[in-house]
Design a protein around this ligand. Structure first.
Ligand SMILES: Cc1cc2nc3c(=O)[nH]c(=O)nc-3n(C[C@H](O)[C@H](O)[C@H](O)COP(=O)(O)OP(=O)(O)OC[C@H]3O[C@@H](n4cnc5c(N)ncnc54)[C@H](O)[C@@H]3O)c2cc1C
Length: 463
């Protein structure tokens, strides 16, 4: 039996249950395996803000993705990887017919659009007698633990953490499989068939660029190999002081910087957990090692919250919290269901939005963060919280414009983590304080005491 792996955000060979299952199924019946990745509307689509058009996947994110796909193709060795532009359902039907595929294995994802795409694929393939099998390999904890055992845990992170923290070790027991690379005659024939289709792209299907900015916290390079290297490097030493440095702004090691690789699945949260446990074995556990796992739970929390909220993750109006500069909480109402493309709603805010996104506001701290984002595809967690707070609570701009800008720019963009964190700051989801409103000046003074970060990014990128 021939099988196909529809790669989504699991761009790795090691510890990839979808790839493993496809290999097992094909080996049992003397068949072959192929892989495919599709640049669908999530990558090729556009946003419109007050008449302006902007790609959903900006050049830097596209560059990181393309590097990850090239690395995957290399690591898959005898398994061909087909990369096409278009919607998965139609393309998969064609490929399955061309390559005589009987089973498609893929990754289970949690956000609304991702689930919708999977359901469309499932029914389209079923119509031609092909089964779609989804494998959970994006979160640390399996959904069975979260949704079945603790269905009410998603109302707040602290509740979620209390309920699931003890279960984390179960996840560590998931075996890290590696692909048995022993090409059979059928596999060699598959390679030739794919070659005959002429599917060997050498360029990204969408405009892309590499991170080429000396001030970048890391020279981010996409792919499983670079992700593993960063994980190993971070867990040599820096992990040991994570809790003290995680609110930093400058340099490679104030935090792990693993998110871009985690969110394309170049590395898995289980691999991170495993590396943390190995560090503890060598140096002993401390508050920092524990805290990195807590952050992985935040990541899980936003995945399962995304699944629960469905399309509501992308809608709702966040009410600005008051009008003076103090940090405080307030109430919100989720009412508006307008879409990002509605130019009338926030048309008058176009100028403020342009200042925010280009880093030309009155706040040098905000500007520094936005400049870093735009020229490197990364921003610290402290920075993200502040720029989001400013957009929502000080500038009174629709939060979805900010979230969409992040979607385009962030190397680590993930729908659950991005829209979930924006909703959290806007007070639309899971925030027991009803939103987060920061005093930007105060934050700048606490976290950039000597102004080094503002100085570093005082100059915009030289073109
Ligand atoms: C408005 C806003 C938007 C965000 N958008 C994204 C996004 O699109 N993708 C994304 O991965 N993170 C997002 N975050 C969360 C967080 O800022 C990043 O995960 C973190 O900065 C990545 O850097 P790191 O890998 O060095 O994190 P570390 O501090 O080293 O944490 C380790 C890992 O834990 C996870 N993590 C940590 N904090 C969070 C969090 N608040 N929510 C979810 N996961 C978390 C990440 O996977 C991260 O790699 C957003 C936060 C805010 C406030």
């Amino acid at each position: 039996m021939n099988t196909l792996v529809w790669f989504r955000r699991n761009l790795r060979v090691a510890g990839n249950p979808a790839l493993y299952a496809a290999c097992q199924a094909s080996m049992q019946e003397d068949g072959a395996v192929a892989g495919a990745f599709f640049y669908d509307a999530q990558y090729t689509g556009e946003f419109r803000f007050a008449g302006e058009r902007m790609p959903r996947c900006g050049k830097l994110r596209a560059g990181f993705l393309w590097q990850s796909l090239l690395n995957l193709r290399n690591n898959l060795q005898q398994i061909p990887l087909i990369v096409q532009r278009g919607e998965a359902a139609g393309l998969l039907v064609e490929l399955c017919q061309q390559l005589d595929i009987q089973e498609v294995h893929t990754q289970k994802l949690w956000a609304h659009e991702e689930q919708f795409v999977a359901e469309t694929v499932r029914s389209t393939l079923a119509a031609i007698g092909i089964t779609l099998v989804e494998h959970e390999c994006y979160t640390l904890l399996p959904s069975a633990i979260v949704t079945a055992k603790h269905p009410d845990a998603l109302s707040s992170f602290s509740k979620f953490r209390r309920k699931v923290e003890r279960e984390v070790e179960q996840s560590a027991e998931v075996a890290i499989h590696s692909l048995v690379n022993n090409p059979t005659a059928a596999q060699q024939a598959m390679l030739q068939e794919v070659a005959a289709l002429g599917e060997n792209r050498t360029e990204s299907p969408i405009p892309s660029a590499e991170v080429n900015e000396p001030r970048s916290v890391l020279p981010f390079v996409g792919g499983e190999s670079a992700g593993q290297e960063r994980l190993n490097q971070y867990c040599q030493q820096a992990l040991g002081h994570y809790k003290e440095t995680r609110n930093g702004l400058i340099g490679a090691d104030y935090s792990s910087k693993l998110s871009p690789w985690l969110n394309l699945g170049c590395i898995s949260p289980q691999q991170v957990l495993h590396a943390v446990r190995e560090y503890e074995h060598r140096h002993g556990a401390n508050a920092s090692t524990e805290w990195l796992i807590v952050e992985l739970l935040w990541r899980d929390f936003f995945q399962y919250l995304a699944a629960k909220r469905g399309s509501a993750l992308f809608y709702g109006r966040a009410e600005p919290m008051g009008s003076s500069g103090a940090e405080k909480s307030g109430s919100v109402s989720a009412v508006s269901d307008t879409v990002l493309t509605d130019p009338s709603l926030y048309g008058t805010k176009a100028a403020e939005f342009a200042q925010w996104r280009t880093g030309t506001t009155e706040s040098e701290f905000i500007n520094a963060n936005m400049r870093e984002l735009n020229s490197t595809g990364f921003m610290s967690n402290r920075g993200r919280q502040n720029v989001a707070s400013m957009l929502i609570h000080d500038l009174h701009i629709d939060w979805r414009w900010g979230a969409a800008w992040f979607e385009a720019q962030l190397l680590d963009y993930d729908p659950g983590s991005n829209y979930g964190n924006w909703q959290y700051i806007g007070g639309l989801a899971a925030n027991p304080r009803g939103g987060s409103w920061f005093n930007i000046e105060k934050q700048a003074n606490v976290y950039d005491t000597d102004g080094a970060y503002r100085t570093l990014w005082a100059q915009r990128r030289k073109e």
